[in-house]
Ligand binder design. Structure first.
Ligand SMILES: [Zn+2]
Length: 112
């Protein structure tokens, strides 16, 4: 997987359409393990979501502001990085979202 700092436009400029999916994806990983911006950008790129730091960092801040994530500053060599974990509210929100995703999946993919 390549790692660059260039701006990644979403396919067809449909970023608004995917923003909720990206948030759920971020939340999913933050429930499983501590996440940080660049690592999450790589993970999203692996799934075909090309998201620039200028988009991802405000997204992470927004999730923290809403109480879904909590950040701590971690020393990483000479630099400090922000590490995010899901809060109890974030876990609960993801749990509720899962049933919505399941329902949407049934209709979109399985045609039910
Ligand atoms: Zn993932």
């Amino acid at each position: 997987m390549s790692k660059t700092n260039i701006e990644y436009p979403m396919p067809g400029n449909d970023r608004d359409l995917y923003s909720g999916l990206i948030r759920l994806h971020v939340l999913h990983h933050a429930v499983r393990e501590p996440i940080f911006g660049l690592g999450m950008a790589d993970e999203l790129a692996r799934h075909g979501y090309r998201i620039s730091p200028g988009t991802l960092y405000p997204l992470l801040h927004g999730l923290e502001k809403r109480g879904y994530l909590r950040s701590t500053a971690v020393q990483n060599g000479k630099s400090r990085r922000k590490v995010y974990r899901a809060t109890a509210a974030g876990r609960k929100a993801l749990q509720l979202a899962k049933s919505k995703v399941r329902e949407l999946f049934r209709e979109l993919i399985e045609g039910k």
